[in-house]
Design a protein around this ligand. Structure first.
Ligand SMILES: [Ca+2]
Ligand SMILES: [Ca+2]
Length: 231
């Protein structure tokens, strides 16, 4: 039969034997090559997975509040100072952000006396903070008794938001967010009052010559929480 002849030719013809040997050798080389490539790549993937750990970084916050009421004369500029107690630094990993709210009403009691103008200015000084952060609001002005709200990022790049980071270790990321030098010292807030006079007033006894302002300092401290994210 034709198929037997072909088999005979294949097995017993010397030239065919050589060809089969070369073909088998080629197949073996190909198989070894594929196996090697497969395992090398797998190994790399496994190694990469081991070193590229993911962590979530979040913040537990506590706020230290301090309120001060000050009556400022018309045309005067006064400096209010504020320092966070040492215990806050001892009990936390860092001082994240400082908020300041300045409130006032017209307190003269005169009929037809409109709100005064109040200006507030948190002066950059030697206290270590992220004074250049573009999110900062260091000065404000109010003419209608609305609240002036200021904000200063104290710990550089602090937003309070949870983030995900890769690589390194949990200890590394915790140490990135642990520093008690930021925000130590005396903050200085300048406040200026420009009193508006009651409309139509001609009597010298009926005048507005000061304003009472309430300044609320809110120092937001945090403890950093670093947790490994399961992938
Ligand atoms: Ca007034
Ligand atoms: Ca007033």
């Amino acid at each position: 039969m034709a198929s037997e002849n072909i088999l005979d030719d294949l097995l017993f013809n010397e030239e065919s034997k050589q060809r089969v040997s070369i073909f088998v050798a080629f197949c073996m080389v190909l198989a070894v090559y594929h196996a090697t490539v497969f395992w090398v790549i797998m190994d790399d993937d496994i190694a990469a997975k081991d070193t590229m750990e993911m962590f979530s970084v979040s913040f537990d916050t506590n706020t230290h509040l301090h309120e001060e009421v000050r009556t400022i004369d018309d045309g005067d500029r006064e400096v209010l100072s504020f320092e966070v107690p040492t215990a806050m630094f001892d009990d936390h990993d860092g001082f994240g952000v400082l908020y300041i709210n300045i409130n006032y009403q017209e307190t003269s009691g005169q009929i037809g006396d409109s709100c005064d103008t109040v200006a507030a200015d948190l002066k950059p000084n030697s206290v270590q903070a992220d004074w250049q952060d573009e999110r900062n609001v260091l000065s404000g002005l109010s003419t209608d008794c609305s609240t002036i709200s200021l904000a200063l990022t104290v710990f550089p790049q602090y937003t309070g938001n949870q983030t995900q980071v890769t690589d390194m270790s949990a200890e590394h990321w915790a140490s990135q967010w642990t520093n008690d030098a930021h925000g130590r010292g005396m903050f200085e807030l300048q406040i200026e009052v420009d009193a508006s006079q009651p409309t139509g007033s001609v009597l010298p006894t009926v005048s507005d010559d000061d304003e009472e302002v309430t300044v609320s300092w809110e120092a937001v401290f945090f403890n950093v929480v670093v947790e490994e994210v399961e992938s």
